[in-house]
Write a protein that binds this ligand. Sequence first.
Ligand SMILES: Nc1nc2c(ncn2[C@@H]2O[C@H](COP(=O)(O)OP(=O)(O)O)[C@@H](O)[C@H]2O)c(=O)[nH]1
Ligand SMILES: [Mg+2]
Length: 369
Amino acid sequence: MLGWFKKKFTQPDDEKQTAITAEESLPDPPAPVDAAVQPEHGQQEEKTVQGENTATQGSADADSSMFSRLSKRLSKTKESLVYRMDTLFLGKKEIDADLFDELEEILITADLGIATTMEILDDARKRVKRKELSDPQLLKGVLKEKIRDYIMESDKPAELVMPKDGPFVIMVVGVNGVGKTTTIGKITNKFKKSGQSVLLVAADTFRAAAVAQLKIWGERNQTKVVFQKEGADPSSVVFEGIGKAIDDDYDVVIVDTAGRLHTQVNLMEELKKINRVMGKRLTGAPHEVLLVLDATTGQNGVSQAKLFNDSVPVTGLALTKLDGTAKGGIIANVCRELSIPIRFIGIGEQIEDLRDFDPDEFLDALFDE
Ligand SMILES: Nc1nc2c(ncn2[C@@H]2O[C@H](COP(=O)(O)OP(=O)(O)O)[C@@H](O)[C@H]2O)c(=O)[nH]1
Ligand SMILES: [Mg+2]
């Protein structure tokens, strides 16, 4: 999963590889990106290009600034999980039942989920019993290791293979407001930086605003958007979009879908239809069904994922808004409950606030002192 993006789409020459790394190391973006109200994309694009040039100069510096940025963005979860543990362990000489009780509360509050928490604590208790563990300070390491295990177990080597002919089609799904359109804008930027041409398809036809928002991301990325009038059949937009991508030789198609409530059967049926239509227009499409989950919704995200997965086979996850939540522990639970790899994490609203998910980098940033 690490570097899914880079692995799949890097160019053979060094120059382009540097550009991809550089793209992620831009300085803080200039202005808030609220698609609905911020029309000045020209300015931002210019800065992006400047940032790229400077960033190529020192990739070690860039790496460390990317890391500290991630660490900063995870500060709410750090406080709720890591710093609370530090406080709990402070001055404690031994691991006893009280300590386990308090630790349990911390883990549940950080949204690791009850079952995951119990499993982690049972494992720790066994280690204590076997006398492998007695120093409370070491519990933090045990926890980090367990979370890492959960992530690695769900980290199927999901090598996505670009089709020999025709575009690589990504269908993006998820409930309203989780960050689908924003994530699409950010992914498009990554693709463009790695030299791929991208066509966006506005299959969220229920609200005119949804199409408008995607168009703004399209402009920002200098990318074409296929859309029809409000209320059009989403499958028809998708059919047209994939056709255009084939005719015009696009590398990648990203399809934005409506934020349908997963509990509404008819809407799920519609997703299935879109999925079928894609396959009819282009054999093998969609090549990726990316489910976007909002980390701030906690355990609800896990049930959403299960329901979506029942109607369309979800092949990858994007976990957004990790910057806005103290409940980043959800990542352990998502990985434990669903064996679907996390491709991306969202750590802010700006175009570059999307990271390839790297378990070790993530855990180091979270547990970083
Ligand atoms: N803080 C933060 N906000 C995000 C992130 N991703 C998306 N958002 C915000 O979430 C809101 C809903 O996003 P949108 O893309 O419209 O969701 P959609 O309905 O699923 O398409 C917007 O205000 C975004 O700026 C993220 O990673 N961090
Ligand atoms: Mg949207």
